[in-house]
Design a protein. Structure first.
Length: 248
C-alpha cells in the first residue's frame, strides 16, 4: 500500500526519544521530509540526524519555552513552504510515583503540569492548521496516554492534561474537517520505551505485560506504525477519534 508520504513535510515534536523517535524513523522510511524536535538532548538529536541523513531536520522545541513554540511552525513553513503532517509527541511528565498524595501537592506544581502539557501543544496545532489550510489539507496526530482514560496513581494532573487533548481533538476535527485536515489521537498504554525500561523494575514490566491480552507491552515502533497510518493517504476519512493501543 502506498501511504502517499514521499516528499511530504512531517513535523514530529518530541522526535528524539521513545515513541517520537520511532515515528521519525517510520516517516523517514516512507520517504517523508521530517522535522524532528528536541528540547535539551542536542547530542542525541545530532546522532539521530546523522544516522537518518538529510531527510531529517532538527529544530529545538521546548514546551516550557514559549519562544521555541512560536518559532517552530513559521521556521518549517519558511524552509519547506508548508506542513503536511503534525505529530504532537512532546511531553513533560511529572515525577513518577510513589510521591506525595494529590492533596499534598503544591497547586503550582500540578498547574505547571497542566499548562506545559496543554497550552503549547494547542498553540502548535493552531499554527500548523493555519499552514495546512493553505496547502489544501493535512493531518494532525496527538500522542496521548492510557493514563487519561484508565488512570495511574500519582498521575492525576498528567492524566487531566492528556484527557484535555482528547476533547480538544474531537472538537477541532469538526472545525477543520471541511478544510481537508484530519485530527486524531493515539493513546498508547505502558510502552517499552528506553525511559520506561530504565525507571521501572523488571517485575513491574513483566506484570504489566501479563495483564495485556497479547501478553506483551507495546513497542515504540508499534505505536509509530499507527501514527503513520493516521497521518497518511491511507486514512481518507477517519477524524476526531481517540484510538487506544494497549494490547487488547
Amino acid at each position: 500500500m502506498d501511504l502517499g508520504l514521499r516528499g511530504k513535510v512531517v513535523v514530529v515534536t518530541g522526535g528524539t526519544g521513545g515513541i517520537g523517535e520511532a515515528a521519525v524513523r517510520a516517516f523517514t522510511a516512507e520517504g517523508a521530509r521530517v522535522v524532528a524536535t528536541y528540547a535539551a538532548n542536542k547530542d542525541r538529536a545530532a546522532d539521530l540526524a546523522e544516522e537518518l541523513g538529510p531527510q531529517v531536520l532538527l529544530l529545538r522545541y521546548d514546551l516550557a519555552d514559549p519562544d521555541s513554540v512560536e518559532r517552530l511552525v513559521p521556521e518549517v513553513v519558511d524552509r519547506f513552504g508548508g506542513i503536511d503532517v503534525l505529530v504532537a509527541s512532546a511531553v513533560r511528565r511529572p515525577a513518577r510515583p510513589p510521591g506525595p498524595a494529590f492533596d499534598e501537592i503544591d497547586p503550582a506544581e500540578w498547574a505547571d503540569t497542566l499548562h506545559t502539557n496543554i497550552d503549547p501543544t494547542l498553540r502548535t496545532v493552531q499554527l500548523a492548521v493555519a499552514a495546512m489550510r493553505g496547502r489544501g489539507g493535512g493531518r494532525v496526530v496527538l500522542v496521548s496516554s492510557h493514563v487519561a482514560t484508565r488512570g495511574d496513581a500519582g498521575q492525576e494532573a498528567y492524566g487531566a492534561a492528556k484527557a484535555a487533548l482528547h476533547g480538544f481533538a474531537v472538537s477541532l476535527a469538526r472545525s477543520v474537517g471541511p478544510h481537508g485536515v484530519l485530527v486524531n489521537v493515539v493513546s498508547p498504554g505502558l510502552t517499552a520505551t528506553p525511559d520506561a525500561l530504565a525507571y521501572l523494575p523488571a517485575p513491574v514490566l513483566a506484570a504489566a505485560a501479563a495483564r495485556m491480552p497479547t501478553g506483551r507491552l507495546c513497542d515504540p515502533h508499534d505505536v509509530a506504525r499507527l501514527i503513520v497510518f493516521y497521518a497518511s493517504a491511507a486514512n481518507q476519512n477517519i477524524s476526531g477519534e481517540v484510538v487506544s493501543m494497549v494490547g487488547g
